[in-house]
Design a protein around this ligand. Structure first.
Ligand SMILES: [Zn+2]
Length: 326
């Protein structure tokens, strides 16, 4: 294998012949750019190789992620359930419709801190809550306050929820305060990813989606997952082909419609220099239509105009759809 690595410009035909001669395997040119890393252990030359780990990512999946997904990756591990015990680790992105987009189907994902040192890291709040509860902080009120804090789009609302928690249980507050809010509170997320995800449901969905393959042997499991992914991509491609140019994914459309309903409760006033003052249900925020920002930060974090923004956009004579993030 090292001899191939040392000759990255080896012509394809020569490579195919050498692979065939060495391993009696027919190499194909499909999905060029795909990545497969296999690690085996062989403590002594006379014993057969023993599987250690494997990483697979198809070029088409990587291209699709770069071209059509949000810059967000969920990573999680689950156990294989069959005779051969092991862990199955998955990286799942989010497509333009906020649906799951599997990125690397099996493998040991390198430490994200090493690969993406500048990337924002988020903690799954469902896991955070499970640990919080296991630490003895139980009850519906504490659960609601934790989720309210995590779901707050501004740091003001986050601190308000945390102060409420302090009044209910100081140990619960102290436990949560030890966790850096930039990893689990929407109010602290950067606005580049245009995603307000606070949980890792997509990866867990994927893990249960492939449940029946997790009890198979490694090769059968890989083949089963590959086929299932292939069928999913075909279905998605047909769905997209049937859509009109420029139309939105149904999940994004539903979110926008919900915000449009909320805009009917907003009262908008032009405050000069492209800024609008919007009052809604007792709250007052500033919206900059051209700056695509709202004081509630929901538009900034999600990329979907919030009800305040829609109120200002309509006042401005615009169409909310034109103000969705690309
Ligand atoms: Zn807003």
């Amino acid at each position: 294998m090292d001899s191939f690595r040392n000759q990255p410009n080896l012509p394809i035909d020569v490579l195919k012949k050498q692979v065939k001669a060495k391993w009696n395997v027919d190499a194909h040119e499909d999905n060029v750019g795909s990545c497969l890393i296999l690690m085996v252990e062989r403590p002594m030359p006379e014993v057969p190789c023993r599987f250690q780990r494997l990483y697979v990512s198809f070029a088409a999946m990587k291209t699709g992620f770069l071209q059509g997904c949000r810059p967000v990756i969920g990573v999680d591990a689950c156990f294989s359930k069959g005779r051969y015990k092991g862990q199955l680790m998955t990286a799942v992105g989010r497509d333009a419709n906020n649906s799951m987009y599997p990125l690397s189907i099996v493998g040991l994902v390198p430490s994200l801190e090493q690969v993406c040192p500048t990337a924002e890291h988020r903690t799954c709040v469902r896991h955070l809550y499970a640990n919080f509860r296991s630490a003895g902080h139980k009850g519906l009120l504490l659960k609601d306050l934790l989720w309210t804090a995590a779901s707050s789009y501004t740091q003001t609302d986050f601190h308000y929820a945390m102060e409420e928690m302090k009044k209910v249980s100081e140990p619960a507050y102290d436990y949560l305060a030890k966790n850096d809010p930039s990893t689990w509170c929407r109010g602290c997320f950067n606005t580049m990813a245009k995603s307000d995800l606070v949980h890792n449901n997509c990866v867990e969905c994927f893990n249960s989606w492939i449940l029946k393959y997790r009890q198979l042997t490694i090769m059968s499991m890989l083949e089963g997952i590959r086929n299932k992914l292939m069928r999913r991509y075909v279905r998605k491609r047909e769905l997209i082909a049937a859509m009109e140019d420029g139309s939105l994914g149904p999940k994004i459309m539903a979110k926008l419609e919900k915000e449009e309903d909320g805009a009917s409760h907003c009262w908008c006033t032009y405050a000069g220099e492209g800024i609008f003052k919007v009052e809604c249900e007792g709250k007052r925020v500033a919206v900059s239509v051209e700056g695509r920002t709202c004081g509630c930060r929901k538009w900034d974090v999600t990329g979907i105009p919030c009800s305040h923004a829609i109120s200002a956009i309509l006042y401005h004579g615009g169409n909310p759809i034109d103000y969705l993030s690309d």
